[in-house]
Design a protein around this ligand. Structure first.
Ligand code: PLP
Ligand code: LYS
Length: 416
């Protein structure tokens, strides 16, 4: 019997043995649950059901084609930040017409590709970007739908690396400058101003920063109306947090409940860009203990996953719950640092974890469905992990483990 218990907020995979997944696919392997992805997406869709809306899943959280396809089949829109993400959405059966394009550094090729695919909207983050989109659209004889991402200067009270709505952040246009920038956009003949966009940060665990930001943005929308600019949609971004350790973030329903009173009587379609809240707790990372290494200062459990597979602990000192897959009665409980094979002291997945484990055991790192595989790399020439999706009692391989040879495909040595 697997000790690793799927919980209500995680994988619905009652009939699937995690041990069997490790045997069949090896480790490290990411495991995603279709049912959980769908349930989380629907929670957002239902929460806003009494208002015109579109849930545009933030592809950066988890861009596996099978994940995108599950959401596309539910009718999801998508929030992308590169041509690569748009290509993934299309390859997965998603609709460009339901896709919004965010990001501070869109290049000409990306803009051209997105225009040719007829995406729903560009979320524009600077004046030179407006000019560039206008220029590329003119060249293609097209009119680009745009919304301007405004920075409301609200503290999202999250990790500084993932806070985006403060004055000192690189994102968006300061809200006090927005009216002028909208005027400039209106003058550009190959742009069609359709929306306002705002995303203040990620892993927010209270509603108040969202409410503060929304109030400021609605004031702007009223001012724009005075200026003769009618806003059709309001993109409120993503950022709703999830439970990693002891957080109790609002549910999508509570989040919607806090925002709805401000939105009633407004003829605005609401776009949402949740990423983590949909994918984070729909995935785990499975890894095997290679060695137990006691030292004078610490006990280490050296596992076969590393910071190249899951960067969040090293980059943000973030906590991810780590559990043994099987209950191991013959191992003594001890406090371990769970570390990978990479030659960096920062290569850890968890510190000071009380676990009863021994060499050869399998561990599940939880809440790994968002910003897990998508932030992985080949550092130390490590092939990236396999990805599987659980669908009811079936397990499907949705991305093969990389081969060693693929790591240097496309590289060339000098001939002389
Ligand atoms: C513009 C934009 N939209 C949506 C998201 C998704 O955020 P989250 O995964 O926190 O929901 C991000 C990342 O923070 C983002 O930068
Ligand atoms: N990568 C971050 C989230 C980044 C959000 C992108 N805007 C994390 O793992 O928490």
């Amino acid at each position: 019997m697997d000790y690793f218990q799927y919980q209500a907020d995680t994988l619905h995979a009652e009939n699937v043995s995690v041990t069997q997944i490790t045997q069949q696919y090896g480790t490290p392997t990411y495991v995603y649950s279709r049912a959980t992805l769908a349930r989380h997406w629907k929670a957002f869709d239902d929460a806003f059901s009494n208002h015109a809306h579109l849930v545009c899943y933030a592809v950066k959280a988890n861009s596996n084609l099978a994940v995108l396809n599950v959401l596309a089949r539910l009718g999801s829109g998508f929030d992308i930040v590169s041509a690569g993400e748009l290509a993934r959405v299309i390859a997965a059966g998603g609709e460009a017409a339901k896709t919004v394009f965010s990001g501070v550094g869109k290049n000409r090729e990306e803009i051209e590709y997105a225009l040719n695919q007829n995406i729903r909207c560009f979320n524009v983050e600077s004046i030179p970007e407006l000019a560039r989109i206008n220029d590329v659209a003119a060249m293609l004889n097209k009119v680009a739908p745009v919304s301007i991402r405004v920075n409301p200067d609200v503290d999202a009270q999250t990790h500084p690396y993932i806070s985006t709505g403060l004055k000192e952040n690189k994102f968006g246009i300061a809200i006090e400058d927005a009216r002028t920038v909208y005027q400039s956009a209106k003058q550009m003949s190959n742009l069609n101003v359709v929306g306002v966009d705002c995303h203040i940060g990620s892993q927010l665990t209270t509603v108040s920063p969202f409410v503060d930001a929304l109030k400021r943005v609605l004031t702007l929308i009223d001012e724009l109306a005075e200026d003769g600019i009618t806003i059709k949609h309001l993109d409120i971004g993503g950022g709703l947090g999830i439970h990693y350790r002891d957080e109790t973030p609002p549910t999508p329903a509570e989040y919607a409940e806090a925002l709805q009173p401000l939105l009633t009587d407004r003829d605005l379609e609401i776009l949402l860009e949740p990423g983590r809240a949909i994918a984070g707790n729909a995935g785990i990372l499975l890894t095997q203990v290679e060695f137990i290494k006691p030292t004078e200062a610490k006990q280490f459990a050296i596992v076969d996953a590393a910071m190249n597979d899951l960067l969040r602990p090293a980059l943000y000192q973030s906590w991810q719950e780590i559990q043994p897959v099987m209950l191991n009665s013959d191992a003594e409980e001890a406090t371990y640092d769970i570390v990978g094979p990479i030659c960096e002291t920062g290569d850890f997945l968890g510190k000071d974890r009380l676990l009863a484990i021994k060499q050869g055991d399998f561990l599940a790192i939880r809440s790994a469905g968002a910003y897990g595989f998508t932030m992985s790399s080949n550092y130390n020439s490590r092939p990236r992990a396999a990805e599987v999706m659980v669908d009811g009692d079936q397990v499907h391989l949705v991305r093969e483990r990389e081969t060693i040879e693929s790591l240097y495909a496309g590289e060339h040595i000098l001939q002389a």
